[in-house]
Design a binder for this molecule. Structure first.
Ligand SMILES: [Cu+2]
Length: 149
């Protein structure tokens, strides 16, 4: 078999291997700069799993923050409340869409208040000890979406 064919076959096998590393990404990650005196913020965007199997995120970290967790927003007797979701299961077939008044990554215990224009780097670790980096753009407090307005 010509060498070139062999290489192509090898690359194809590698690409379709079920053991290929999972790929979890945060698309259009954004947050708002918190008001003075507030040490928490909510991160929005679309969390996607581009692998072939469900991935469980077991740890989320942000340098300079005490805690990062996934919250969902629920209506309870006419009041909006946030509920901690754990574990975070990401199916390959369905993106987790995080938006104001919906699910979000809650950051608590910020040592410094991020300013508009900064980028936050969230480190996510899976149950299998893979790590992924999520980039989050800090928008002005008035922002309604991932792009400054
Ligand atoms: Cu929350």
């Amino acid at each position: 078999m010509p060498f070139r064919t062999w290489v192509a076959g090898f690359l194809l096998l590698w690409a379709i291997s079920p053991n290929a590393a999972a790929e979890v990404r945060l698309l259009e990650g954004w947050t708002r700069s918190p008001p003075p005196g507030v040490d928490r913020l909510a991160i929005y965007g679309r969390l996607v799993n581009e692998g072939s199997a469900t991935v469980v995120l077991s740890r989320l970290e942000l340098a300079g923050a005490a805690q990062v967790m996934l919250h969902e927003t629920v209506m309870d007797a006419g009041l909006m409340r946030m509920r901690h979701i754990d574990p975070i299961e990401l199916s390959p077939s369905k993106a987790l869409v995080m938006a104001p008044q919906g699910p979000h990554l809650m950051v608590m215990g910020l040592e410094h208040s991020p300013q508009a224009g900064e980028t936050l780097t969230i480190k996510a670790t899976t149950q299998r000890d893979e790590t992924f980096i999520f980039l989050v753009r800090v928008q002005p407090i008035t922002a309604l979406g991932p792009l400054a307005n």
